[in-house]
Design a protein around this ligand. Structure first.
Ligand code: IPM
Ligand code: MN
Length: 347
């Protein structure tokens, strides 16, 4: 029997609440499948930082490398640790070290969820570049606190980085409805974004079966609200993808429904699965966080591990639950209630 070792990183805020829910569902699915899941919980978080001076131990990345996959809750509790420290101490180094360059975020309405657009039907797969671009971390500050202060944050786009994410997106489009929207801002950013558009055109020749259109980020933001049904796969740089996927989350009913997978397509390091942030410290431990995004992310994890039937079983159960109106309206059902309903629907 196959045994998958899973690193559990509940993290901060509502992270522990929703990770526990997702893990219960995963264990239930594994019980009646022909694979086992072995979970190891790691306490790396802002509290860990306050106790040890670091978000994770020095050999944290090495430790995580030994796992088949990582299930993450959320990172960040700004009242305890500044976000710029906590995120650069845990979430972002994992994405970069493990070359999880494809951040996949599905945006569609689960049955029974209305969303703010009222009855709009859409099924968007956002593919966000996850290792470079505006998140490269290159830059610095000089003359701090003086009138001459300068802050520089340089976006870095490499041919390898841009080509591999676009290729990944073309492949996804080919497997779906054959439409790809590539998002830049090449009318204003004339170096990196013009480069991205060029690589998009170059690759388009290799995928004659995919209909590719380039959009500017501002127009895409409007399109996601006005005509989401016109979109299939959307690919964007790290920061643009970050912003667009919060918008995607909003039209699908909120962050409680927004799942994501940080994929290392080369499979030479573990991939990481997490609900789209934040950590919502204001409702941490109240038992009211929506676990649906975390459970959906867990399904994406099984899918990545090759357990497609078990992954589909989770999605069927989730959809059965939401179509009965459970977990569809913020605050209506407790975390536990929703989790129990999903567990029951699995049978
Ligand atoms: C996300 C989050 C993170 C990001 C933050 C917490 C650094 O917003 O996963 O979308 O910007 O990538
Ligand atoms: Mn975000």
């Amino acid at each position: 029997m196959k045994v998958y070792s899973i690193a559990l990183l509940p993290g901060d805020g509502i992270g522990p609440d929703v990770t526990a829910a997702a893990w219960q569902v995963l264990e239930a699915v594994a019980r009646s499948a022909d694979f086992k899941l072995q979970g190891t919980s790691l306490p790396w978080s802002c509290d860990h930082y306050l106790q040890t001076g670091a978000m994770m131990p020095d050999d944290g990345i090495e430790t995580l490398h030994g796992f088949d996959a990582i299930l993450l809750g959320a990172v960040g509790w700004p009242e305890k640790v500044p976000d710029a420290i906590s995120l650069h101490g845990l979430l972002l180094p994992i994405r970069k070290s493990f070359q999880q360059y494809a951040n996949i975020r599905p945006h569609r309405l689960l049955p029974g969820v209305e969303g703010p657009l009222r009855k709009a039907q859409f099924d968007i797969l956002c593919i966000r570049e996850n290792t470079e671009g505006e998140y490269s971390g290159a830059g610095g500050r000089v003359h701090q606190g003086t009138d001459n202060e300068v802050a520089i944050e340089t976006a870095i786009f490499t041919r390898m980085g841009v080509e591999r994410i676009l290729r990944f997106a073309f492949e996804q489009a080919r497997r779906r409805r054959g439409k790809l929207a590539s998002v830049t801002k090449s009318n204003a950013q004339r170096h990196s974004m013009v480069f991205w558009d060029e690589v998009t055109r170059e690759l388009a020749g290799e995928y004659p079966d995919v209909e590719v259109t380039s959009y500017h980020i501002d127009a895409m933001a409007a399109r996601i609200v006005m005509a989401p049904e016109s979109l299939d796969v959307v690919v964007a740089s790290n920061l643009f993808g970050d912003v667009l996927t919060d918008l995607g989350a909003a039209i699908q009913g909120g962050l409680g429904f927004a799942a994501s997978a940080n994929i290392n397509p080369g499979r030479d390091a573990p991939s990481m699965f997490e609900p789209v942030h934040g950590s919502a410290p204001d409702i941490a431990h109240l038992g009211i966080a929506n676990p649906i995004a975390a459970i959906w992310s867990a399904s994406m994890m099984l899918d990545h591990l090759g357990e497609t039937a078990a992954a589909a079983r989770i999605m069927t159960a989730l959809e059965a639950v939401t179509s009965r109106g459970i977990g569809t309206v913020p605050g209506k059902n407790k975390t536990d209630e929703i989790t129990k309903a999903v567990l029951a629907a699995l049978d």
